[in-house]
Ligand binder design. Structure first.
Ligand code: AMP
Length: 384
């Protein structure tokens, strides 16, 4: 209904925030919203979901059911997201009845890797070289032009490295294409990065922009493992990353929180890997490490309130708890919490599957090394 240029009154506590999606990001958003006195409705196909457990109301419906989305949107003052792979049908249906932040067109751009990278490249944002892949001929010319090694990803519905293949000189391109199973692909030049970082930031309807300090991310099996901040980068790289993120927000006219994942090359160049138009796993340390959490910031941004201070209280780290931690049965929580600076966050998921994000540990300390040691040591106590 509204674009970021409209002057509209802020939604004050007492208003109802609608969240599409009901996983852990929705749960932590709902908790932040309720702390500030907002009511929260969530919508997803599931019941007793991580977000539904802490919301005022849990709506059950399919994301492509326009009537169900309209019925959900009618009872809330703003709709926002924790799950970004929602169709335009859903975002358009919601926008017929209420404010939607970020706008559906932001999701439409970011949920398809070719659309996303094309948009970013055309906006002058540095991205790795890429080509659209629909056939073996496309794959062969991409390999000629961008070289091998490379990464082939499915254009849609990929996250945490799902649908992703690294191509090396020994691989058969025919075989690589078969693995796409007919899906459209994107061929990306392999970035021999030095570090992976992310910027989580927020922008309001009025155009106020605030970024959290840069997060440095360590992945294992393509899934985020540990994040810490301050990142071990120069001030110049940090400024460059923040400036790129701010340009991304302006170019896409984003209202709300978005995570911008980036690579830092050995030469100190910063390239954008992908955007998540919602809170981001790397921002979980803000819950305990920053003046304002990314979830409170999303509430402020989508409700049109002034943004909160993003500074770190002290160096901080986060370690993800995947379902793998449950391999020997229920983790020994008291062993991890024996270190009194550890903060435990669990998402209320009943079933622990390998690779499933079940919770995370945060810690702050005098140095970033100490904070990393605290969360990693505590995590290792859990499964022993
Ligand atoms: P994504 O699903 O795009 O977030 O990718 C998951 C992970 O794969 C990233 O965090 C990187 O570790 C790695 N990756 C993705 N794209 C590239 C690339 N073009 N070059 C090198 N590594 C990549």
């Amino acid at each position: 209904m509204s674009s970021s240029g409209d002057a509209i009154a802020p939604l004050l506590p007492g208003a109802t925030i609608g969240i599409l999606g009901s996983g852990q990001l929705g749960r932590m958003l709902a908790l932040a919203a309720r702390e500030m006195g907002y009511r929260v409705h969530v919508f997803s196909p599931g019941t007793d979901t991580p977000a539904g457990q802490v919301a005022d109301r849990e709506f059950v419906g399919e994301y492509d059911d326009g009537d169900a989305i309209r019925a959900f949107a009618k009872d809330v003052d703003v709709v926002t997201f924790e799950f970004e792979n929602v169709s335009s049908l859903a975002t358009d249906a919601a926008a017929e009845v209420t404010r939607v932040h970020p706008a559906g067109r932001v999701l439409h751009t970011t949920q398809h890797r070719i659309r996303e990278k094309t948009f970013l490249r055309d906006a002058g944002i540095p991205v790795p070289g890429f080509r659209e892949i629909n056939s073996l001929a496309d794959l062969r010319s991409a390999a000629d032009e961008l070289g091998i090694p490379a990464v082939l990803k499915t254009a849609s519905f990929g996250y945490d490295g799902k649908g992703q293949q690294k191509i090396t000189p020994d691989d058969s391109l025919e075989r690589i294409l078969e693995n796409l199973e007919g899906a459209q692909g994107i061929y990306e030049a392999f970035v021999d990065f030095e570090k992976e970082i992310s910027i989580v930031a927020a922008r309001t309807v009025g155009g106020e922009f605030k970024a959290f300090p840069v997060f440095e991310n360590v992945h294992t099996n393509h899934i985020l493992d540990v994040t810490f901040s301050p990142a071990r980068i120069t001030q110049e790289v940090s400024d460059k990353a923040t400036e790129i993120a701010s340009r991304v927000f302006d170019a896409l006219d984003i209202v709300g929180v978005t995570g911008v994942e980036m690579f830092v090359t050995k030469d100190g160049d910063v390239l954008v890997n992908e955007l998540a138009p919602r809170t981001h796993n790397s921002g979980h340390l803000t819950l305990d490490g920053c003046v304002t959490s990314q979830f409170e910031q999303q509430v402020r941004a989508v409700c049109g309130l002034p943004l909160g201070e993003t500074a770190l209280h002290s160096p901080s780290a986060m370690a993800n708890l995947l379902g793998d931690v449950w391999q020997n049965g229920e983790p020994d929580w008291s062993a991890a919490l024996r270190e009194s600076r550890i903060k435990l966050h669990l998402y209320g998921k009943a079933e622990a599957r390998p690779g499933r994000k079940m919770g995370h540990l945060n810690a702050s300390a005098a140095s970033v090394d100490e904070a990393i040691d605290l969360v990693c040591n505590a995590r290792s106590q859990l499964a022993s």
